[in-house]
Design a protein around this ligand. Structure first.
Ligand code: IMP
Length: 188
């Protein structure tokens, strides 16, 4: 069975990736190597730089991901700063920033995911996915991680945190980027 390392410290992401790769004959193994997340305006640049950094010291097949939540009313904030903002003001802080916006189109947001897939000595390949939705009025649900309790994908009334892993994967930014990565794998 082929092993694909997933470079991340986020156990929630690992659960989602393993769920997506189950039945594909690929063993996903988490590796918490750590890498610099550069200050850049696009997730692609952050993922690509991180991938090249890891590639220099880790001579195996691996993936890593950069993701972010972009809120229209806040001009795309927290976006590429999603991790820092989550660890400082968290979901509650985002809800406070959104307190002037009612339950209508003004709460629109998009989650984006970019995976870098890396083979030794080859240029990293990028796979993107996005999921449009809105910011909930309050935190709901106990599943998932990060901003899941405040994000409702289009076509749903529940937040990501009110869904199980397989269901979130059907809608989510990560589910979609992984779908592209899996298609690529199947063609190889
Ligand atoms: P990272 O830099 O890709 O690890 O993610 C940036 C931030 O966005 C982290 O604080 C995560 O908690 C959050 N995040 C990323 N993906 C998701 C998701 O699928 N659901 C909720 N929060 C997420």
């Amino acid at each position: 069975m082929k092993t694909l390392y997933f470079i991340t410290s986020n156990k929630g992401k690992v659960v989602e990736v393993k769920n997506k790769f189950s039945n594909l004959g690929i063993n996903i193994v988490q590796k918490n190597l750590g890498y610099p997340e550069i200050q850049a305006a696009e997730l692609e640049k952050v993922a690509f730089f991180g991938a090249e950094h890891v590639q220099k010291k880790f001579n195996h097949l691996f993936i890593l991901e950069d993701a972010g939540l972009f809120i229209s009313a806040l001009n795309g904030f927290p976006g590429v700063y999603s991790s820092y903002v989550f660890h400082t003001i968290g979901c509650k802080g985002i809800l406070r920033l959104m307190s002037d916006f009612g339950d209508d189109n003004s709460r629109r947001a998009v989650f984006r995911s970019v995976f870098a897939y890396v083979e030794p000595d080859k240029k990293p390949l990028l796979f993107q996915g996005e999921c449009y939705g809105r910011i909930a009025l309050e935190e709901r649900g106990g599943h998932g991680f990060g901003y899941d309790p405040i994000f409702i994908p289009d076509g749903e009334t529940r937040t990501f945190a009110e869904m199980g892993t397989s269901e979130k994967n059907k809608f989510s930014h990560r589910g979609k980027s992984l779908e592209k990565l899996i298609d690529f794998f199947k063609k190889q």
